[in-house]
Design a protein around this ligand. Structure first.
Ligand code: SAH
Length: 252
């Protein structure tokens, strides 16, 4: 472990903390941890607080970072981010243009998928959201593969080529005219929209561009978590019923 490294520590109750290896102390209700003790540790080891409580040390993954990062606007849920990456075939080395960056959660999932040789260029029209997204990109250690760009993507895309375009903003149809000249054949245009009327409006605008794309696919993802007890396994009583519709268009 090195100074400055982000580390996940988990207490006996399962509570997770994201800490930075440094000379500082970290205070919890289960006692104080000296963060420089992490220098001699490996992932899987434990560190002990002054109250004798043990904390397990893990390498944080993308979900830990997103759970702990600062949020501005509502983030894309992992169930939706996962299917965007899978259905669009987003791969290591790809260049993805995204908008809006928002809190940067989808940005981080995309950056994780394109890997160190890929690029995510994310447009964000609001300075305050761009700032939150930039900090979260830095927290995840993805600054060298992600650029958060202050700008309105409805006005145009500055980049000449993209493997994919991924949008979470109110009017994705405003990006269609810019997308056709930028997307590589075989690449995807993905639009995440919470409301059915947004999908409908998008499809009206899409009619003008339909020769440019393979047949569209629109989905909604439902995840039903299960609970397992001694005598009974069953779905949890409540579930996340709706987040958004996801529209996939493949460029011809
Ligand atoms: N997917 C993000 C959340 C995006 S919220 C996440 O997971 O964290 C939608 C964002 O789109 C907002 O921050 C909003 O400011 C931005 N936005 C809206 N219209 C835009 C436009 N025309 N160009 C760039 N960003 C835009």
């Amino acid at each position: 472990m090195k100074t400055g490294e982000k580390v996940l520590i988990i207490d006996r109750r399962g509570k997770r903390y994201l800490v930075t290896v440094s000379d500082k102390e970290f205070h919890t209700d289960l006692g104080v941890i000296k963060l420089n003790e992490l220098l001699e540790k490996d992932y899987g080891d434990t560190v002990t607080s002054h109250k004798g409580e043990e904390f397990r040390i893990l390498k944080p993954d993308i979900n830990d970072i997103i759970a702990k990062m600062r949020r501005g606007p509502q983030i894309v849920h992992p169930k939706d981010a996962g299917i965007i990456i899978a259905y669009a075939g987003i791969s290591p080395g790809d260049t993805v243009i995204e908008a809006g960056a928002g809190s940067g959660a989808l940005t981080l999932f995309l950056a994780n998928a394109v890997g160190p040789t890929g690029r995510v260029i994310s447009y964000e029209v609001r300075e305050d959201h761009a700032e939150i997204a930039r900090k979260n990109v830095e927290l995840a250690g993805f600054s060298n593969r992600v650029m958060i760009k202050l700008g309105n993507i409805y006005e145009g895309i500055e980049e000449e080529h993209a493997d994919h375009i991924v949008l979470d903003l109110p009017q994705p149809e405003n990006v269609l005219p810019h997308a056709v000249g930028v997307l590589r054949p075989g690449g995807y245009f993905v639009a995440y929209t919470p409301c059915a009327n947004q999908v409908h409006r998008f499809f009206q605008a899409f009619q003008e561009y339909k020769k440019e794309f393979y047949k569209p696919r629109i989905i909604e993802v439902l995840v039903r978590e299960q609970e397992v007890k001694k005598e009974c396994m069953r779905p949890k009583t409540t579930m996340l019923a709706h987040t958004g519709y996801i529209t996939f268009l493949r460029k011809l």
